[in-house]
Write a protein that binds this ligand. Structure first.
Ligand code: ATP
Ligand code: FE
Ligand code: MG
Length: 344
C-alpha cells in the first residue's frame, strides 16, 4: 500500500510517500530559521508556518514522486507527542485528505516514528529490537517487539532530553541556538577525560528504580558551576575540554544504559533515532560499545533522524501492513502521547 505521511509535531513540516519499506519521496519545510531569532521554538509561529507550508509541501511530495492523490491508499499523521498547535495543523490536513479521498487515516506516535524510519533505510526490523530515541524533546529507551503493535517503554529522561541539555550548555557557553551541533564541533578538539562530570542515575541506589532512565539536568548544573567557578577566578575557560567532557558524560550514560538493556532483554539489534543521534560522540561510543558487545547498530542517515515525513510514512506503512483499524476522523491530538501508544 502507498501511504502519505504527514509530520508536524514541532517546527518541521514533513510530507512523504512510502510504499511498503520503500520511500518514494520525502519533502521537508522547516521554520527553524524563524525560531533561531528567538532562541527557541515559538508554538504560534510554528503553527502558522505549518499552515502556510502544508499544501505546497504535499504538492511537492506528489510531484517529485510522480504519484497522484488518487493512488494514495492511506494517510498517516503525527497525533502526538509534540506541540498542540503544530500537531493540530498536520492532523487537520490529514483528516481533510482522508475525508476527501475516502481513504483511511492513521494517527501515529512521533517518537516511535523516529525508530520506524530506519526500516526504510536498513530494512525490516528483526523480531525484537531496542530503540534509543534521542532528540531535543525526548530521550527514551524502547523495547520494540513489533513497531506497529508492541512497544514497551523501558525508560526515559526524568528531566532534560539529551539535545535540550546540549542546547542549555550551549547557551551557558555563549554559543548560538541550537547549541548541540556547536558543542559537538568544539568537543572534537577537546579532551573528553579533562573534567569528570557526573553521570546521572548511575549510582547503585538509582539503579534499581531507574536502571533505564536518564537525567541530564544535574550534569548541566555541574557544567554551569564548573564554568562559573573558573570565570569568578578570572581563569580562561577551556571550551573544547568542557564540551568534550560534557559530551562524553552524555554519550557514556546513554550507551551504557542502552547496552545494559540489550543484554537484559536479550536483544541483538539497536536502532538509534531522533535529531540528537547526529551527535558524533554518541555515534562513536555506540559504534565502539555495540561492536564490543556483538550488537548490530542501526542509525539512519541524519536527514531521517531529525523530524521528517518519512518517519510517519514508515510507521503508517507498518500500521497499515499490520492490519490495524484506521483512526476515527474525530481524533484529537495528544501533546504527551504515551510511548506505548503506537497509533490511535
Ligand atoms: P522532538 O523531535 O523531540 O520533538 P526536536 O525537534 O527539538 O524535538 P530534533 O529536531 O529531532 O529535536 O533534534 C534537535 C536537537 O538535537 C537539538 O536539541 C539539537 O541541539 C540537537 N542536535 C542536533 N545535532 C546535534 C549534534 N551533532 N550534537 C548534539 N546535539 C545535536
Ligand atoms: Fe522528533
Ligand atoms: Mg526539530
Amino acid at each position: 500500500p502507498l501511504v502519505l505521511g504527514i509530520e508536524t509535531s514541532c517546527d518541521e513540516t514533513g510530507v512523504a510517500l512510502v510504499r511498503g519499506d520503500e520511500l518514494l519521496f520525502d519533502a521537508v519545510a522547516s521554520s527553524m530559521e524563524e525560531h533561531a531569532r528567538y532562541g527557541g521554538i515559538i508554538p504560534e509561529v510554528a503553527s502558522r508556518a505549518h499552515l502556510e507550508a502544508m499544501v505546497p509541501t504535499v504538492e511537492r511530495a506528489l510531484a517529485e514522486s510522480g504519484v497522484t492523490l488518487e493512488q494514495v491508499d492511506a494517510i498517516a499523521c503525527t497525533a502526538g507527542p509534540g506541540l498542540v498547535g503544530p500537531l493540530t495543523i498536520g492532523t487537520a490536513a490529514a483528516k481533510s485528505l482522508a475525508l476527501a479521498l475516502g481513504k483511511p487515516l492513521h494517527g501515529v506516535n512521533h517518537v516511535i516514528g523516529h525508530a520506524a524510519v530506519d526500516q526504510l533505510v536498513h530494512g525490516q526490523f528483526p523480531d525484537r529490537v531496542m530503540a534509543l530515541v534521542v532528540s531535543g524533546g525526548h530521550s527514551s529507551l524502547l523495547l520494540v517487539d513489533d513497531v506497529a503493535t508492541s512497544v514497551t517503554e523501558l525508560g526515559s529522561t526524568l528531566d532534560d532530553a539529551a539535545g535540550e541539555a546540549f542546547d542549555k550548555v550551549g547557551r551557558l557557553l555563549g554559543l548560538p541556538y541550537p547549541g548541540g551541533p556547536h558543542i559537538d564541533r568544539l568537543a572534537r578538539d577537546g579532551d573528553p577525560t579533562a573534567i569528570r562530570f557526573p553521570r546521572g542515575l548511575t549510582a547503585r541506589k538509582d539503579q534499581e528504580k531507574h536502571a533505564y532512565d536518564f537525567s541530564f539536568s544535574g550534569l548541566k548544573t555541574a557544567v554551569a558551576r564548573w564554568v562559573e567557578t573558573r570565570e569568578d577566578a578570572g581563569e580562561e575557560i577551556p571550551v573544547n575540554d568542557v564540551a568534550a567532557s560534557f559530551a562524553d558524560a552524555v554519550a557514556d550514560v546513554l550507551t551504557a544504559k542502552t547496552i545494559a538493556a540489550c543484554h537484559r532483554h536479550d536483544v541483538g539489534t539497536l536502532v538509534v533515532g531522533g535529531g540528537f543521534s547526529a551527535n558524533s560522540q554518541l555515534r562513536e561510543m555506540a559504534a565502539q560499545r555495540c561492536a564490543e558487545a556483538g550488537i548490530e547498530l542501526r542509525i539512519p542517515p541524519i536527514r531521517f533522524c531529525t523530524d521528517n515525513g518519512a518517519m510517519i510514512g514508515a510507521l503508517g506503512s507498518a500500521v497499515v501492513r499490520a492490519g490495524l483499524p484506521p483512526s476515527s476522523l474525530d481524533i484529537g491530538v495528544d501533546s504527551s502521547m504515551p510511548l506505548t501508544t503506537v497509533s490511535v
